[in-house]
Design a protein around this ligand. Sequence first.
Ligand SMILES: Cc1ncc(COP(=O)(O)O)c(C=O)c1O
Length: 396
Amino acid sequence: MLHITGTLTHFANPLASPTGVYTDVMKDVVSVEKSVAAIRDIKSWPNYQETPLYVLTSMAQSLKVAKIYYKDESLRFGLKSFKALGGAYAVACQLQLAVEAKTGHRPSTTQLLAGACKADVSDLVVCCATDGNHGRSVAWGAELFGCGCAIYIHRGVSEGRTQAMAAFGATVTRIDGNYDESVRQVDADAKAYGWIVVSDTSYEGYMDIPKDVALGYTVMLDEIVNQLEGEIPTHVFVQGGVGGLGAAVGGYFWDLWGVKRPRLLIVEPEQANCLQQSARAGEPVAVTGDLTTLMAGLACGEVSSLAWRILAVATDDFLTLSEEAIPATMRLLAQGFELDPAIEAGESAVPGLAAAVIARSSVDLSTAMGLDANSRVLVIGTEGATDPELYKTLIQ
Ligand SMILES: Cc1ncc(COP(=O)(O)O)c(C=O)c1O
């Protein structure tokens, strides 16, 4: 059987609600109904293309499961991660609101793209804290829709990722703290300078814009549902940072498929496992310190409050994954396992797949997660080589 070395810790969520109803409180964060406008809009943007959903047949045979589906976000809008969908969409929504407040007329994104509102948006500045991918999306959206952009990064963000944001014309400021400190810093500076915070995480007093970010992600989920052609997976493994992606996946599938939805397994780095720790505590708790991990996109110590509304009950299993599994899984995908296609997958793309592989090599973990020969496993390869230099080193 295919083997990846690594350690998984498993926490079965005592508050999981597999037969419960998807409530209005959760629908307020993400719902199929609310996703319709975001999906229609983003699909009309220039260069929109559906990303592939691969069926990894050789891997499924080796792991003795029925199916492994891999959604490959390495090609998303040329930005190389699913995050391209959320930040840029939320930027467009904010500019539409600002123009409407000023002129009484809400422009379409097509009008924004054509520069029809240049005079009203060019002086606006959107900003965010990021460990790379969200900031790249916000910076790209700002360039696309015609406003200014300020990005705050923490001490651990690589030079490659920094350059990628600056390439879209954003001003990038590095702070001497971790991700959560950069979130607080940009919030304070935005208040001082009159910037619009477009964050993928939510916190007290900041609960609206991250809903648009999550709705942007539903484009990917809508594509997955169409590509599955009627089949519903039994398990979906999702990487967790602040939990925004997991909440979008868990919420959308719950609203769409009800009790037939897949079991949701959230995978985090050992050093930045705020979601698992929050589940253990029964309420959001912060993980502090350097949050050092190869999985740069998941180096978050504080849960998004909005995401937690969904994740607290939608998540069936909270997992942590040790670091050594990451390069091995990236290499496995880069080479292509047996007859499976070769796939470019970055450090934060592979934890879900790594967790599924490691779980299958343990009877106890497989039993705990309900994985068996009938399982249809969906994993989301959330990024490609977003730091090309590091990628090259890791897959050697
Ligand atoms: C590639 C990648 N995967 C997964 C995630 C996790 O998303 P979230 O922070 O919404 O949980 C991130 C976050 O930046 C990411 O960049």
